[in-house]
Design a protein around this ligand. Structure first.
Ligand code: SAM
Length: 215
C-alpha cells in the first residue's frame, strides 16, 4: 500500500534541491546497493527539523551507510554540536564513517559499531534530537517496546524523538503481517505516552514525531 500517492511523492522529492557531491554519492551508492536510507525528501525534513529545534546533540539509532547521519550532522554542526550514530552491521558502520569523512563531518559525527540494545544504555546524557530508524528491521513488538523505552530515556525534556517507518508500508493499518501489528502497537504506545506529545507524519513510510514534555 502506498502511504503517499507516488505522483505526489515524486513531485515533492524532485523539489528537493540538488545534493552536494558527497551526499549525492552516498545516495547513489545506497540506491545501487539496496541499502536502506531515508532519501532526499525525508533527509531534508530531518535537517529542517533539527535546525528549527536548534538541536546541538543528535543521536541516530540505525545509521546504515550514513545518509541521514550526514543531513543531521550538518544541522548539528550549525549549532556547534555533534551527532552520534549506532549501526550493527560492521561494513555499513565502516562505510558510514568513510562517508562522513568525505562529507567533512568526522570532527562532529561518529558512528558506534554495535547493537542498539547494548549501546544505548551505555551512552552518557540526553540528546536534543533522537532519530530511531530501525523499526522495519525489528518487526517484533516486545523488541520495539524495549527499544522505544531506551530511546525515550535518551531524549532531553524539550527535545524531539523522530521514529521512521511507523506505518510499515500501510501494514500498521491493515494489520495483516506481524511487522504491521508490531508497528501498530508501537504507534499506540508512542501516541499514549504521557511524557510525549506526538504527531504522525504520513511522509514516505510514516514518521512519528514527538516532543518530550516530561521526564
Ligand atoms: C533503515 S536502516 C538506516 C538508514 C539510515 N538511517 C539512513 O537513512 O541513511 C536501519 C539500519 O539499522 C541497522 N540495525 C538493525 N538492527 C540494529 C540494532 N539492533 N542495532 C543497531 N543497528 C541495527 C541495520 O543494519 C540498518 O543498516
Amino acid at each position: 500500500m502506498d502511504i503517499v500517492n507516488p505522483l505526489i511523492e515524486k513531485y515533492v522529492t524532485e523539489l528537493v534541491p540538488p545534493r552536494d557531491p558527497a551526499l549525492a554519492a552516498v545516495e547513489e551508492a545506497a540506491q545501487a546497493n539496496h541499502v536502506p536510507m531515508v532519501g532526499p525528501l525525508e533527509g531534508q525534513a530531518l535537517y529542517v527539523l533539527a535546525r528549527t529545534a536548534r538541536a546541538r546533540t543528535v543521536l541516530e539509532v540505525g545509521s546504515a551507510t550514513g545518509y541521514s547521519a550526514i543531513w543531521l550532522a550538518r544541522a548539528a554542526r550549525e549549532q556547534g554540536g555533534s551527532l552520534v550514530g549506532i549501526e550493527l552491521d560492521p561494513s555499513r558502520q565502516a562505510e558510514a564513517e568513510r562517508n562522513l569523512a568525505v562529507a567533512g563531518l568526522s570532527d562532529v559525527a561518529r558512528i558506534i559499531r554495535g547493537d542498539a540494545f547494548e549501546v544505548l544504555p551505555t551512552l552518557d546524557g540526553q540528546f536534543d534530537l533522537v532519530f530511531l530508524d530501525l523499526v522495519r528491521q525489528l518487526g517484533d513488538e516486545m523488541k520495539l517496546r524495549r527499544l522505544f523505552e531506551l530511546c525515550v530515556a535518551r531524549v532531553a525534556v524539550g527535545g524531539l524523538l523522530a521514529v521512521d517507518n511507523v506505518l510499515h508500508g500501510g501494514e500498521a493499518v491493515t494489520l495483516n503481517t506481524p511487522g504491521g501489528r508490531a508497528a501498530d502497537a508501537l504507534n499506540k504506545l508512542i501516541a499514549r505516552d504521557p511524557r510525549l506529545v506526538t504527531t504522525f507524519l504520513p511522509m514516505r513510510d510514516g514518521v512519528a514525531l514527538s516532543l518530550k514534555i516530561a521526564p
